[in-house]
Design a protein around this ligand. Structure first.
Ligand code: GLN
Length: 485
């Protein structure tokens, strides 16, 4: 098929906009036309803001993000634009303010295409927990795009958006990026403000990027990172250009392969093969490649499923039928109103998390569950500290499998939870981690994960860029091959 503007990376588009070869409006129209064409089958968007996109494109100046169409996961508050968190309870909610990442992008001339589908309150790994509809994977419409930020991933993979923001609490950007064959980058915890990100698990929530390539990931991060006094966990880091050293290559970098994850039960052979090949490629590019152990990582998933629900049970207490969104009608008193609102407003997975979290925080169980999980979290952090004494980067699969079929894991929450077994450790530790396409297995994309030291996004980005350039992954979703030229 012919490549259209909406299929190009942002840096190519902004270079062409800068020399007036194309306009931002051309790019926006290209994306909107693609949305019209494929979104009835992909279903990446909950809200399309076509009019706003046209206005913003017409007014966009020149700059790294100016005039580049963006999609936002529907957990990021947008002033005047409905923000649902994929939940019935927030279905009518229109925020009175913008989240900081979008406020910064908007001020820099970014063009908003709309809000993307996600698992309810970002709880899930397939986008099937959305209260509205599931999103489909553009590589195979019978398969999931991953989750919870599956709408954003599918939008970028299908050319509906040039890039997008999602949130990664346990893997919800890297895992869908892997399953959709694009780049997903989670920066260090606290580098990007969470102000206006509707909270799931506050100590784990990271605003993160979906892009066509690694260079765009650096650019988009540079536009949203930097201190924000409105988020008490925001780091004092000033805004800066994360793309600066990206060309420096990997010579001399020490890359540790998390070997024990490769042989693990449930890891598809095609995934293991692509990660082994990635390790060989790094060696060929001049990195020193060895093997690394993360002895407590096996317990990370269990710790996560105590800590994340505990925080969620507290964060989601605010949906009481009074302050935000939906209210059950006709109740006789406030208790009944509250119970019915939450009973009909939340889906099963959200209720499961609230119950689990409330239980593990309750008197008598706190020490055994929540307290114990926090200790495990510390052990995972120490594993990384030890690993980074010997290595600059850790290499692993992003997801144990390629994209799975819709419905395949919905009956068994535990099997769904396992989709994030390799992404959760970096969330618990708050360290930067990226997923880059490493090739195909059974015709579907495999993501390769690189994890780095806290605040060392530069090394992660430059290694990922070197790998991406050398591999030259150019396969495209079958959906796009099917579009007539
Ligand atoms: N799948 C994980 C969960 O359900 C991660 C979600 C996320 O990163 N938002 O909690």
């Amino acid at each position: 098929m012919s490549v259209e503007l909406c299929d190009l990376p942002a840096h190519v588009l902004s270079a062409r906009i800068a020399v007036a070869e194309i306009t931002a409006s051309d790019v926006a129209e290209s994306c909107l036309a693609r949305i019209e064409r494929v979104d009835p089958s992909v279903k990446a968007f909950l809200t399309v803001t076509a009019e706003l996109a046209r206005e913003q494109a017409a007014a966009a100046g020149v700059g790294a993000v100016a005039g580049i169409p963006l999609a936002l996961k529907d957990v990021l508050a947008t002033k005047g634009i409905r923000t649902t968190c994929g939940s019935k309870i927030l279905e009518p909610y229109v925020p009175p303010y913008d989240c900081t990442p979008w406020e910064r992008l908007r001020a820099a001339g970014s063009v908003l295409l709309g809000k993307t589908n996600c698992d309810e309150f970002a709880m899930g790994s397939s986008t099937e927990n959305s209260a509205f509809f599931p999103t489909r994977n553009p590589w195979d419409l019978e398969r999931v795009p991953g989750g919870s930020s599956g709408g954003s991933a599918a939008a970028v993979a299908s050319g509906e958006a040039i890039w997008a923001l999602g949130t990664d609490t346990g893997g919800s950007v890297r895992q869908p990026a892997a399953l959709c064959g694009i780049v997903g980058f989670k920066p260090t915890y606290g580098l990007v403000s969470r102000y206006g990100l509707i909270a799931f698990a506050s100590s784990l929530d990271h605003v993160s990027t979906f892009t066509r390539d690694v260079r765009d990931g650096a650019t988009l991060l540079s536009a949203i990172a930097g201190h924000d006094p409105r988020d008490s966990t925001s780091l004092p880091q000033p805004a800066r250009d994360y793309g600066r050293g990206i060309e420096e290559g990997v010579k001399g970098l020490r890359v540790g392969v998390v070997d024990s994850w490769l042989g693990q039960e449930g890891v598809e052979p095609g995934v293991t093969e692509r990660v082994r090949e990635a390790a060989e490629r790094f060696a060929a590019l001049g990195a020193e490649v060895g093997s690394v152990e993360l002895p407590h990582a096996d317990y990370a998933l269990s710790a996560y499923y105590l800590i994340a629900p505990a925080e969620a049970s507290s964060n989601l207490a605010r949906y009481d039928g009074v302050r935000y969104g939906h209210r059950a009608p006709g109740a006789r008193d406030v208790v009944e109103m509250n119970m019915r609102t939450r009973g009909e407003g939340f889906g099963d997975e959200v209720k499961r998390r609230i119950m689990l979290g409330t239980y593990s925080l309750s008197a008598g169980y706190y020490d055994a569950y929540y307290g114990q999980a926090q200790k495990v979290r510390t052990l995972v952090i120490r594993d990384f500290q030890a690993a980074f004494e010997r290595y600059d980067l850790l290499l692993s699969p992003t997801s144990p499998t390629v994209a799975f079929r819709l419905g395949e894991k919905t009956e068994n929450p535990l099997s769904m939870y396992l989709a994030d077994v390799f992404t959760i450790p970096a969330d618990l530790a708050g360290i930067p981690a990226i997923s880059v396409p490493g090739g195909l297995a059974d015709g579907l994309p495999v993501g390769v994960q690189l994890m780095g030291r806290a605040l060392d996004e530069d090394t992660v980005l430059r290694a990922a860029w070197a790998f991406e350039q050398d591999l030259g992954f150019a396969a495209r979703p079958s959906l796009l091959e099917g579009l007539a030229a």
